[in-house]
Design a protein around this ligand. Structure first.
Ligand code: FNR
Length: 342
C-alpha cells in the first residue's frame, strides 16, 4: 500500500461515512435560551476573530484533509480556490507524504498557488523533525503550522505508529523551532482538558479540539482492510461539544472542529468558547458531489447565516456569543456532571 493509495482511500471512505452518517451528535444537546428582545442590528455584527497572534476575517476554516496523490492534488487545488473565493482559512493534509517523497510537492503547493493571499496552514505529524517542519512551512509559505495527534487512528493501522511517548517532547521542539504559530489538533477523537493544559506548557499557541461526531478515523482505517479487527474503536473519544465544555476557562485559545454540520453548530461552538470553527468531511462532500461553486456558496451562506444568528442573539462579535445563555441537555449534561463542570 503506497502513501498515495492511502490518501485516496481516506477520501473515498470519509465520503462513504458522510453519506451514511446519522445518529447522535452532541451539538444537538446544546441550545440557546431565546430572548425575544436581545436582537441587535446586522451592520453592527462583525465576524472577525483573533487568537494566539492570528487574525481572521471569519471564524470558519477548511480543516486539514489531503494531498500526496494526483487525485488529492486536484482536491487541494479546488479547496484552495473555494477558500480564496469565500475568504476563509485553509489547512493542508498531512505533509509527511511530501517530506518523504518531494515528487508530490505540487499536490500540496496548489494550496498556495491557487490562494496566494489567503491564510494557509501546513499540517504535519508529531514525529516530524524541526527541519522538516520548516520545509513543510516553506513549501506553502504557511501562516501557521498544525501538528496532528492521532493515536486512535494509528492504532488500527497495521503500518501505524506504536511509539507515542516522544510526541510531547517533539511538539515542544517544533513549537520552539519554527517562526509561525503552532496549532496542535486531534483528528476526530477530541483533546481533553488535561491535554490542552499540557499543550499550554509546550509553547503551542492554539489547540484545535477536533472531537468525535463527524469523520471517524478508526472506522476509516478499519474500512481499509477486510478484517475490521479494531471495530471497538469506532466512536472513540469525546465529542467536540464535550471537549469545549471540558476546556472551559483554559487560557490557551481553542478551536472547535469535528462533526460541525451547519451554522448553528458554528454558533454553538463559539458560544462554548471556540475562537473559530473548522469543517473537513462536510465541505469535502459538497466539493466532491457538487463542485467548487457549490462549496463557495455553502461557505458564504454559512457565514451569512452565522451573522444572522448573532444579530438575533445580540452578539456583536464571535466572542460575544460566550455571554449568551446556553442550555446543556442529555448525555452532555451527564458528561459535565461526571467531569465536575458547572
Ligand atoms: C482528515 N483529517 C486530517 N487531519 C489532519 O490533521 N491531517 C490529515 O492529513 C487529515 N486527513 C484527513 C483526510 C480526510 C479525507 C478527512 C475527511 C479528514 C481530519 C480532519 O482535519 C478533522 O479533524 C476531522 O475530519 C474531523 O472533522 P470533520 O470531518 O468531522 O469536520
Amino acid at each position: 500500500m503506497t502513501s498515495a493509495q492511502r490518501k485516496d482511500d481516506h477520501v473515498r471512505l470519509a465520503m462513504e461515512q458522510h453519506r451514511a452518517h446519522s445518529g447522535l451528535n452532541q451539538f444537538d444537546e446544546v441550545s440557546f435560551v431565546h430572548h425575544a428582545l436581545a436582537g441587535i442590528d446586522r451592520p453592527d455584527v462583525s465576524l472577525a476573530t483573533s487568537f494566539g497572534g492570528i487574525e481572521w476575517q471569519a471564524p470558519l476554516y477548511i480543516n486539514a484533509m489531503t494531498g500526496g496523490s494526483a487525485k488529492t492534488g486536484e482536491i487541494n487545488r479546488d479547496l484552495a480556490t473555494a477558500a480564496r473565493e469565500s475568504g476563509v482559512a485553509i489547512a493542508s493534509g498531512s505533509m509527511n507524504a511530501y517530506l518523504k517523497d518531494p515528487s508530490c510537492a505540487h499536490t500540496f503547493s496548489v494550496l498556495r498557488t491557487h490562494n496566494p493571499d489567503g491564510f494557509v496552514m501546513a499540517n504535519i505529524n508529531a514525529t516530524t523533525s524541526v527541519d522538516n517542519a520548516r520545509r513543510a512551512i516553506d513549501l506553502l509559505r504557511a501562516d501557521a503550522l498544525q501538528i496532528h495527534v492521532n493515536t486512535a487512528q494509528e492504532t488500527p493501522m497495521p503500518e501505524g505508529d506504536r511509539s507515542f511517548s516522544s510526541w510531547v517532547g517533539q511538539i515542544e521542539q517544533i513549537a520552539a523551532g519554527v517562526d509561525v504559530p503552532v496549532i496542535v489538533k486531534e483528528v476526530g477523537n477530541g483533546l481533553s482538558r488535561q491535554t490542552v493544559l499540557l499543550l499550554q506548557n509546550l509553547g503551542v499557541r492554539v489547540a484545535d479540539l477536533a472531537g468525535r461526531g463527524g469523520t471517524d478515523f478508526a472506522r476509516i482505517e478499519n474500512g481499509r482492510r477486510e478484517l475490521a479487527d479494531y471495530a471497538f474503536l469506532h466512536g472513540w473519544g469525546q465529542s467536540t461539544a464535550a471537549c469545549l465544555l471540558d476546556a472551559q476557562d483554559v487560557a490557551l485559545p481553542v478551536l472547535a472542529s469535528g462533526g460541525v454540520r451547519n451554522p448553528l453548530d458554528v454558533a454553538r461552538s463559539l458560544a462554548l468558547g471556540a475562537r473559530a470553527v473548522g469543517v473537513s468531511g462536510g465541505f469535502l462532500r459538497t466539493l466532491m458531489d457538487d463542485g467548487v461553486p457549490a462549496l463557495v456558496a455553502q461557505i458564504t451562506t454559512w457565514l451569512d447565516q452565522l451573522a444572522a444568528l448573532m444579530t438575533m442573539l445580540g452578539a456583536r462579535t464571535p466572542a460575544d456569543l460566550t455571554r449568551c445563555d446556553v442550555l446543556i441537555h442529555g448525555s452532555l449534561r451527564d458528561f459535565c456532571a461526571d467531569r465536575g463542570i458547572d
